[in-house]
Design a protein. Sequence first.
Lengths: 218, 218, 218, 218
Amino acid sequence: MKINILGSSGSILNQFAAEIRDIQFQSDSQRFRLNLERMGQIFAYEISKTLDYHAREVVTPFGTAEIPVLKNPPVLATIMRAGLPIHKGLMNYYDRAGSAFISAYRKVYKDGHFKIHINYVSCPDINGEVLILSDAVLATGYSMELCYRELLTYGNPVHTHIVTALSSTEGIDHLRKNLDTRQLTFWTCAVDDEMTAQAFLVPGLGDAGDLAFGKKGD
Amino acid sequence: MKINILGSSGSILNQFAAEIRDIQFQSDSQRFRLNLERMGQIFAYEISKTLDYHAREVVTPFGTAEIPVLKNPPVLATIMRAGLPIHKGLMNYYDRAGSAFISAYRKVYKDGHFKIHINYVSCPDINGEVLILSDAVLATGYSMELCYRELLTYGNPVHTHIVTALSSTEGIDHLRKNLDTRQLTFWTCAVDDEMTAQAFLVPGLGDAGDLAFGKKGD
Amino acid sequence: MKINILGSSGSILNQFAAEIRDIQFQSDSQRFRLNLERMGQIFAYEISKTLDYHAREVVTPFGTAEIPVLKNPPVLATIMRAGLPIHKGLMNYYDRAGSAFISAYRKVYKDGHFKIHINYVSCPDINGEVLILSDAVLATGYSMELCYRELLTYGNPVHTHIVTALSSTEGIDHLRKNLDTRQLTFWTCAVDDEMTAQAFLVPGLGDAGDLAFGKKGD
Amino acid sequence: MKINILGSSGSILNQFAAEIRDIQFQSDSQRFRLNLERMGQIFAYEISKTLDYHAREVVTPFGTAEIPVLKNPPVLATIMRAGLPIHKGLMNYYDRAGSAFISAYRKVYKDGHFKIHINYVSCPDINGEVLILSDAVLATGYSMELCYRELLTYGNPVHTHIVTALSSTEGIDHLRKNLDTRQLTFWTCAVDDEMTAQAFLVPGLGDAGDLAFGKKGD
């Protein structure tokens, strides 16, 4: 699995990452979402460098230009609800891409163990397509793995790009050990080494879904 | 149930409505989403005229201004997936509002009858809050009714505004007959009188979810 | 001259107005511009209620809808540089409108008196069009008057809407006394009664151009 | 002068470039501006890779992260009016950057020769700053040269990035011959070899200002 940690070299992406992590900025949920959206745009652009293009003849007011344009738009899948802002950023650059939405939840059993279930999925046919699967954060990697496997029941993508703003070392290891990594490229801004017992990244940013959309009720 | 049909008087809202209905424009899914987003902004603004304000003292570089600002932001609930663009428009104006996402699906039984089930819900505590529940289109009204009932398990909103870009006469009747309408205000741009057997509005606009996000796979 | 003070009744517009006035928020120039842009959208929508519409037949996937759409898009003129964010908001709703840009500066003479000159104008033919002329703030009204007169050399608009986020009583009086007010409608969010000796509104918001784009150099 | 032609390798930038050139798309001025805005964002990101960063300690809900953030935001100058959409894209990524606006016009004399004059400039102090000077298109290079020289009267930038969506070979040569190229980096999507007698690029895209904002009146 090819891993691209875009924040390891200096760019404005780190500015946005700094703001989504920063408790000073986190009270402004509009800005939190905006920063994830901008990060999504940058991931969209960097991923676009790996896609296939073919020449199209474009008629201009003064002649004809031959320009390499996307052969096929990717399909943009995201994990509810925290993935929505980064997904909006991806959509901002891939106008004609179809979208998939998927949700997994953790069911905790009496003896304390838990299992992750898919409760919602809406996905186009992804057979032969490039899939870009996004979430705000990669923590344990269990949800990402399960969502990815569920999406594969909608067809075999030629390649899948997994995108998260922040990631954990453990989550990346999990994906590497449990998925067919020849089919995958992983994109993130930064990798945090630690996690809390509740699977929040350390230093991380807290709960991305709550920060973007408010705390859930009971 | 108070009903506000904003498109019945002339405004730029009808321009956006014309474009989301128009098959000539529908091939441009970026614009389809943009138009729903702009309609969501206009609904956000018109609904805001009904909310409660209190005076806040604002310190400016040259003095102090007393300005009426929102007492409480509303909670913005939307129905997946077609409601997302209009919900984005609502979020664009209510920066500090929490969001709820909900999904219902139609389970068809062997004898042909169907039942609508909720499969996904993420909702903050809405007790004592103003709720704005949005979807792209109101067709039969069954999903809207069920989603609204499900959300009520997260608290009792002081008032609920239901917002859809387009609506059917039948759907509005359904809500009127089946919900406690003293708690509700209904907002839409236009009301279509007919529906197809598959519950698409006529003339309507087709399948709003597909137009925004692509056809679902099997 | 019809005067519409939109902030005199409660709406989300006042929230945006509170933020552009508030020194706490003013350090965030991105948000300052965003708020002016959102105010511009709301003015665009309210002004659109006064424009002329004609029925257009729109072919949908399931039929034909007759929808009132704009007869003619307005022309959107703005005064440099402070008017740009509110102008962006107006453009966001009038996709097909042409734009005019104009700049005036104050030339101060040795004896202390000054004269306002136009140094930049780019304007389409506005003959027979509806003109929407925007600036962030109306202070003395001298620049607005001069810019308006200059634009009239590009044709006779059927009507002109003058839009500023904040206005002074004195500025409105100036327009009323010096312009042909039958041709004008004035839109603002709030009217401040006082001005400083340097013609800043009190309480006002300070220098809108500096807040949006940074202090000018010498 | 370092020259970066970003469209020479495949990326989504070329999709946006194809659309701004394409007469089929050019009737949609909203989209024309959107595409220039998106190109501006991509230039902003690529240029950001060349800027200087310093580590900032960011306090998160679960710890402290050290993140490289911009030492100094650049100053964003643009040439009126065609540069505005690309400048908006640059502003979208550099929240805290100051902006400069400048305009030059061509004065044609009776004997047919012409001279370019600056008629409008609003510029912060740029001494010691990184300057990003944008326009939609670089044609002859005369306006760009003159605007750049004018801006230098507001201070000595440590480096200047000149950004245009499309450029001509002749225009680039002009800059190379007439400016101190050690201080300059040039960014564009594509370089066209030919120009019409009226200095429009061939194949080019036509008149970027007219396409974004409508034809000027007389």
